[in-house]
Write a protein that binds this ligand. Structure first.
Ligand code: HEC
Length: 148
């Protein structure tokens, strides 16, 4: 059990590093930020399910990372269409920019609120993730190429 705690803490700090280690191209930055969110979600998802012990410090750090990553992603979708073979971003983003930006803002708001007042136990964390998961999924369905 001790090992699991260490593993999740290390994972959280690796993830925090990734946020700031994105390349300088916009698609690299948003992919690094999204990857950090994915890694963080695995850490807190394991905690919600009891696969790793609930740890308030790791949770607080990871939620702060997710907030930072969502904010980084917000700054990494340029105003002009940025579609290329290096990116899974769909042109639809720039066809309905208002909807896309609103979704990203909702995610930032969700993490900002959660980081300021982190869930106190695994059940509360599960409820938060029940809110976050569909936000990730519905945006990907509309605005990201399927990843097979
Ligand atoms: C507002 C829309 C939106 C939301 C919300 C969103 N994503 Fe994404 N995500 C995208 C887009 C667009 C891409 C493709 C980026 C690219 O390739 O340029 C992406 C890509 C990804 C990737 C692949 C990154 C890579 O390595 O190329 C992961 C992992 C990911 N998202 C995880 C998440 C998680 C986890 C959440 C929720 C906590 C989330 N995303 C929420 C739009 C969103």
């Amino acid at each position: 059990m001790k090992f699991s705690v260490i593993t999740s803490t290390v994972a959280a700090s690796l993830v925090a590093g990734v946020v700031f280690a994105g390349g300088h191209l916009a698609y690299e930055q948003r992919q690094a930020a999204m990857k950090a969110m994915g890694g963080s979600l695995r850490v807190v998802g394991g905690m919600a399910q009891g696969a790793v012990p609930f740890d308030a410090d790791t949770l607080a750090t990871t939620l702060a990372t997710m907030q930072a990553a969502a904010e980084t992603a917000q700054g990494a979708f340029p105003a002009e269409p940025d579609v290329s073979e290096n990116s899974k971003a769909l042109a639809a983003i720039w066809e309905d920019r208002e909807d896309f930006d609103m979704r990203l803002q909702t995610l930032v708001d969700t993490f900002t609120t959660a980081a300021a007042n982190p869930p106190a136990d695994a059940a509360a964390l599960g409820a938060l993730l029940g809110q976050v998961g569909p936000q990730c999924q519905t945006c990907h369905q509309n605005y990201r190429q399927p990843t097979e």
